[in-house]
Design a binder for this molecule. Structure first.
Ligand SMILES: [Zn+2]
Length: 72
């Protein structure tokens, strides 16, 4: 997959810290993502991007469940 910014085809995978804000909840986790070797831009990788999205969802669901437990 080519980099959007410099069109470089060389890239590498490294752990990336994700910070999301979902409906006012702060979600933060580390997952591997693909980066451009030339400019360090995040490069699209369907597999890695998908697992990062799933992880965010999983954490969000866990947080929601914890809050429901507190109310009960
Ligand atoms: Zn690049």
């Amino acid at each position: 997959m080519k980099c959007d910014i410099c069109n470089c085809e060389k890239n590498y995978i490294k752990d990336h810290k994700h910070n999301y804000n979902v409906k006012g909840k702060k979600i933060s986790f580390v997952m591997p993502r693909r980066f451009c070797k030339n400019c360090n831009n995040l490069v699209y990788d369907s597999k890695l991007d998908n697992s990062a999205s799933l992880k965010a969802l999983e954490i969000y669901n866990k947080m929601s469940n914890l809050e429901e437990d507190k109310i009960i």
